[in-house]
Write a protein that binds this ligand. Sequence first.
Ligand SMILES: C[S@@+](CC[C@H](N)C(=O)[O-])C[C@H]1O[C@@H](n2cnc3c(N)ncnc32)[C@H](O)[C@@H]1O
Length: 226
Amino acid sequence: MLRRRSMRAHLTDTGAALAYVVGREREWLTDGVGRVAVHVGLLHAHRATGASHPLVRALSVDGTPPGTVIDATLGLCQDALHVAEVTGARMWGTEVSAPLFCLAESGLPRLAAEGVAAAARITPLCGDARQLLPTLPQADAVMLSPMFGTPAAAAPGFELLREVAVHAPLDHTWLAACLAAAPRVVMKVERRAPVPAFVTPHLTEVLHGKSVDYWLLERAGGAGTT
Ligand SMILES: C[S@@+](CC[C@H](N)C(=O)[O-])C[C@H]1O[C@@H](n2cnc3c(N)ncnc32)[C@H](O)[C@@H]1O
């Protein structure tokens, strides 16, 4: 059906806070003011930074990039696109929020068709990572970035993402599922986040990004900081 009134008016009429819009060429989520969709984001900048980015260093073993990676918190695919682009890894991404999964499921093939080769290497999967991880082939690494307790970024549409994302923090069952799926787990956390007791035995390195930290967790742990 053709839409003749503004999205804001439709939302007000229906009492809905958000709309998932299926356009002719792309899909997005909107509150009538902002919108979120899967897009290339900082991909060009990440390509320039290459292997020196702390996320890529944490995923690599002695400078060798991973061949297969699972992103256990796919979200808007920004981290997955970054890693797929810089490492060339084959990737799977799990996302438990249905609208966010739909954005990934429609957005990644669109980007691939537009020539973003990294997007074609990412397979999105809908569901809770704890249930999906055991069904996937053993990977070189798992990465994850649960929602921060304190909103860290003010990127356009970030508030919309927070509304539809699932906010569960990492717990011991989730970490166990990640460590069973790959020997190396890299978790993006707030700068100087406290380390939960169940994480400590696995934490082998803390790598500092510009505004976040990356914890490198391994099946058999140790402790260190770079
Ligand atoms: C901070 S966002 C991830 C952002 C993503 N790394 C990106 O680059 O766009 C965290 C995401 O994890 C998802 N999530 C939370 N719990 C999950 C679970 N148990 N399994 C899969 N996804 C989960 C949330 O819905 C949210 O989309």
